[in-house]
Design a protein. Structure first.
Length: 191
């Protein structure tokens, strides 16, 4: 297993010389501000990518191209403020995504198109004040969702619809006064 580790190197951009056979790429605790398209195009064997504690503020179309076998992506403690449509489109094998402790205040519909195998999603410690009905719908395999420590005061009915595998939902330290049971457990009837 080839591990490429350049944490705490004060890197300001994604290195272009990451070996194609790298399975784990660790670039945490640097000064990286963006992930240009095709930065990881040759890393088809990579299963773990750690970019936490950088200065990444946006995800571009094609930022994760080539990472067809990626299972774990860590983007915690960056400067992300929004997740745009198809932000993770290329990550069809992704199982765990950590976006905690960013500044995310908006998640566009379709942001999570792609990672159909995603089981764990960390969005805690952001600035989310609302989530849309369709935000999490593509994530039918999701088992654990952390939304704690945000600024949500309401949750729209149907926000978690389709998350039939969800076992853990963390909503603590938000501004929620009440939560309707139908929001957490959508009532379905069959005839």
């Amino acid at each position: 297993m080839l591990r490429y580790q350049r944490d705490q190197f004060r890197l300001t951009e994604i290195p272009s010389n990451i070996p194609a056979g790298a399975v784990t790429v660790d670039l945490q605790t640097n000064l990286i501000t963006s992930i240009p398209a095709n930065s990881f195009i040759n890393l088809t064997h990579c299963t773990h990518l750690v970019l936490g504690n950088n200065l990444i503020s946006t995800l571009n179309s094609g930022s994760f191209s080539g990472l067809t076998n990626l299972k774990y992506l860590n983007l915690e403690q960056n400067k992300l403020s929004a997740l745009r449509n198809n932000s993770f489109k290329e990550l069809t094998s992704l199982q765990r995504l950590d976006l905690s402790e960013n500044q995310i205040s908006d998640i566009e519909t379709g942001a999570f198109n792609g990672p159909r195998s995603l089981a764990t999603l960390f969005l805690n410690g952001n600035k989310l004040s609302l989530i849309r009905n369709s935000t999490f719908h593509p994530l039918s395999s999701l088992k654990t969702l952390f939304l704690s420590n945000n600024q949500m005061s309401t949750i729209p009915p149907g926000a978690f619809y389709g998350l039939s595998n969800l076992k853990t939902l963390a909503l603590y330290n938000n501004l929620l006064a009440t939560i309707q049971e139908e929001i957490i457990f959508p009532i379905t009837t069959s005839k």
